[in-house]
Design a protein around this ligand. Structure first.
Ligand code: MTE
Ligand code: MO
Length: 416
C-alpha cells in the first residue's frame, strides 16, 4: 500500500509548535502558510477547505466524493446529507474523524494486533490469523461521531463544528471482537477494554496516543462489535483505519478505534487518552446552556440517542408539488420503531415507511411521499422514535463539549 505519511507533512500549515496555538489558529483560518516550502502570499484568499491544487495527488479527500473538509491537521471531513442517500454508504462518502496523524505504515501483511491484560492467553495475531482462526462475517454497521451536530450548540462547544454528516453505514467484513476475546479467555476480573491504534499524536511524541478509548466488557462481548479488515468489499481506506479497526455500532464513533494494534483487557475503567475530563462525557444531570460543569459530574457517553437524516431531497432543492422523501434512522442499543415526517413545521406528522435494519447495528432506511398545497417554501422535518418510545427533540440538550445532538433534521425545498 502507498505510504500516506506524506499527507501529514505536506498538507500541514508551516508552523506547528504548541506554543504557537494562537498563530496556528490564524494560519488555519488563512489556509496554507507554505506550499512545498514556498510562501503563499495570497493564502488568506484561499477559501477554507480548499486544498492547494498542486497537491491534487495528496489531497486527503482526493478519493472521497464531495466531503466537506473541516480541518486538515488532523484531517476531519463530513458528508453532506444528500450524499448519504445510499442504503450502504460507499467508502468514498464515509466521513473522516482523526484525532492525530496517519500511521507511518498501514501494511496489511505485517500488521499485528495484540490482545493482553486480564486474559488467560495473551495473543498477537496477524490479519491472516484473524481470517483463519475466527468466523469471518460481513455486516452493515453505522458509525456516528459523538460530536455530530456540534455546530448547532449555543453557546458554541469547542471541537470540530460538525453539522449533520459525521455518520455513515458501510458494509464491514471482519471478525467478532467477542470471538477473539473468548479465545483469549477473558478473566473474571475484567471490567473494561482499552484500545490502541498506530496513529501519531499531533505533537509527534511517540509516547503519546491521539486517542485510546475503551468499552465496558459487557459491550465488548456484544455480538455486533467487529474487528474489521474490509470496508464495502475492499481493504479499509487509509483515512478510515487501514488495515484494521474496530466498529462499534450505536456507540460514539470514538469507540471504533482505527489502525487497531492492541486490545488491552483491564480490571479498571480504561484511562487512556480522551477517556477522562470532559472528553466524550456528558453531564450527569441536565444543565443550562453555558454551565461550567465540574469534571466529576461528567459521565462517559455510551449508546447514542435516536436520530434520523433526510437524504432526499437535498436542502435547497426545487421539487414538484409532490415528491418522494427518504433517509435513514438509527439509535444506539435499541431499534427505531417509527419515522414521521412533517411539511408544516411540525404541526402535523405522517408516518413514513420504515425498514427493519438489514442486520443488528445497521441504520434503517425510510421513505415517504409528501405533497404541498401550493407553490412555496417548505421544510421537510423527520422525527424518529425508538423502541423505548423516545423521540428526537426539536431543540438540542446543551452540554459542555457539544455531544449527542439528535435534534430533528430539517431540509428546506422550493416547491412549484
Ligand atoms: N486510532 C484512532 N481511532 C479513531 C479515531 C482516532 O483519531 N484515532 N477517531 C475516532 C472517532 S472520534 C470517530 S468518530 C471514528 C470515525 O471513524 P471514520 O474516520 O472512519 O469515519 O473513528 C474513531 N477511531
Ligand atoms: Mo468522534
Amino acid at each position: 500500500m502507498k505510504d500516506h505519511s506524506d499527507l501529514n507533512n505536506d498538507l500541514s500549515p508551516g508552523i506547528e509548535t504548541a506554543e504557537n496555538e494562537g498563530r496556528r489558529r490564524f494560519l488555519r483560518g488563512a489556509g496554507y502558510a507554505t506550499v512545498a516550502g514556498l510562501a503563499v502570499p495570497f493564502a488568506a484568499n484561499l477559501p477554507e477547505g480548499f486544498v492547494p491544487a498542486a497537491f491534487a495527488d495528496e489531497n486527503p479527500l482526493a478519493d472521497k466524493d464531495g466531503l466537506t473538509l473541516l480541518g486538515d491537521r488532523p484531517v476531519n471531513a463530513e458528508t453532506p446529507a444528500h450524499l448519504l442517500d445510499d442504503a450502504i454508504t460507499p467508502t468514498n462518502r464515509h466521513f473522516i474523524r482523526n484525532n492525530g496523524l496517519l500511521p507511518d505504515s498501514m501494511d496489511a501483511d505485517s500488521w499485528e494486533l495484540t490482545i493482553d491484560g486480564f486474559v488467560d492467553n495473551p495473543m498477537t495475531l496477524t490479519i491472516a490469523d484473524l481470517r483463519e482462526r475466527f468466523e469471518v462475517i460481513t455486516r452493515a454497521l453505522h458509525i456516528e461521531c459523538g460530536g455530530n451536530g456540534r455546530s448547532a450548540f449555543d453557546p458554541p462547544a469547542r471541537g470540530n463544528q460538525w453539522t449533520v454528516g459525521a455518520v455513515a453505514c458501510s458494509e464491514w467484513t471482519g471478525v467478532r471482537l467477542k470471538d477473539v476475546l473468548e479465545a483469549a479467555g477473558v478473566q473474571a476480573a475484567a471490567v473494561y477494554t482499552g484500545h490502541e491504534g498506530a496513529d501519531i499524536h499531533l505533537s509527534g511524541d511517540p509516547d503519546k496516543l491521539p486517542l485510546s478509548r475503551g468499552l465496558p466488557i459487557e459491550k465488548a462481548l456484544d455480538e455486533t462489535v467487529m474487528i474489521a479488515f474490509e470496508m464495502n468489499g475492499a481493504p479499509l481506506h487509509p483515512m478510515n483505519g487501514a488495515p484494521l479497526r474496530l466498529v462499534v455500532p450505536g456507540w460514539p464513533g470514538s469507540c471504533s478505534q482505527k489502525w487497531l494494534t492492541r486490545i488491552w483487557v483491564r480490571d479498571v475503567e480504561h484511562d487512556g487518552e480522551k477517556m477522562g475530563g470532559k472528553s466524550y462525557r456528558m453531564p450527569a444531570y441536565p444543565v443550562a446552556p453555558g454551565t461550567d460543569v465540574p469534571n466529576e459530574d461528567m459521565v462517559i457517553m455510551e449508546a447514542m440517542p435516536v436520530k434520523s437524516l433526510v437524504t432526499f431531497p437535498a436542502n435547497g432543492a426545487e421539487t414538484g408539488l409532490s415528491t418522494e422523501v427518504r433517509g435513514h434512522a438509527w439509535v444506539g442499543d435499541r431499534t427505531v420503531e417509527r419515522l414521521q415526517v412533517s411539511t408544516d413545521f411540525g404541526a402535523t406528522w405522517s408516518d413514513a415507511e420504515l425498514d427493519a435494519p438489514v442486520n443488528p447495528g445497521a441504520w434503517q432506511n425510510w421513505r415517504a411521499n409528501v405533497s404541498f398545497p401550493m407553490a412555496g417554501y417548505y421544510e421537510i422535518w423527520a422525527r424518529a422514535t425508538d423502541s423505548a418510545g423516545v423521540s428526537q427533540p426539536h431543540a438540542i440538550s446543551w452540554n459542555p463539549r457539544g455531544y449527542g445532538n439528535n435534534s430533528m433534521h430539517r431540509v428546506g425545498v422550493s416547491a412549484s
